[in-house]
Design a protein around this ligand. Sequence first.
Ligand SMILES: C[S@@+](CC[C@H](N)C(=O)[O-])C[C@H]1O[C@@H](n2cnc3c(N)ncnc32)[C@H](O)[C@@H]1O
Length: 237
Amino acid sequence: MEDATEGTHGCGNTSEPEGDRCSENDFGPSILGTKDYWEDAYQKELETFKDIGDVGEIWFGEESMSRVLRWMDKVKIPENAAILDIGTGNGAFLVELAKHGYRNLTAIDYSPASVELARNVLQAEDLTDITVKEMDFLNCQGELKDFDVCIDKGTFDAISLNPHDTEEGKKLYVQALKDALKDKGFFAVTSCNWTKEQLLDRFSEGFEFVQELPTPSFQFGGRTGNSVTALIFKRLC
Ligand SMILES: C[S@@+](CC[C@H](N)C(=O)[O-])C[C@H]1O[C@@H](n2cnc3c(N)ncnc32)[C@H](O)[C@@H]1O
């Protein structure tokens, strides 16, 4: 994960051909896996937002939100569904969800600056009834539960890049997700570091794979790959 746009660069699965995907250890730890990095980044984005009203980076681009929204339309996720945005960043996805009619929205992020930025962004859009909490998803003490849909765009990636306890972090993530979702609740994950196969493996216990959302593919050296993977899982009872 190095770039916020959907392109053919930066991420762990970009140049790997299908059928020859990278192993669990193909990308190493990074400062993008640290809270300090995100706090610094959102502190700057908050200042910019206050100065000129720019919300900052839309990770993986606008299309990454549209494709999840299209899927939600297709499977008729009701407008009153309880939706959690895990690691909301600037809250841009919340704005899109609210504009789409969803009205039971919660978001968390462990960066206080992200939470302040998201609240500012929502306020500027007159969206005052969305809850944004400062919370570490890996240590949420059972506070997050009964969600119909959990959305993750780049947060599992960031957690996977943590220089400390990466395996432990990933396991805690899966458990926190299980706890947060209702039985049969959906998980929509967008990743640029993990391939479809790796995500299927990571979320194999307690979840059922539902579908892959189409993302742009590219060719390199006669082989095809995807820069971003977007998958839907369902929480098993
Ligand atoms: C790549 S950014 C994506 C932000 C947002 N989802 C988006 O699409 O713009 C990763 C986000 O995950 C948050 N994050 C990382 N680890 C977290 C954790 N353990 N608990 C909560 N948020 C976390 C970061 O603060 C950051 O906002």
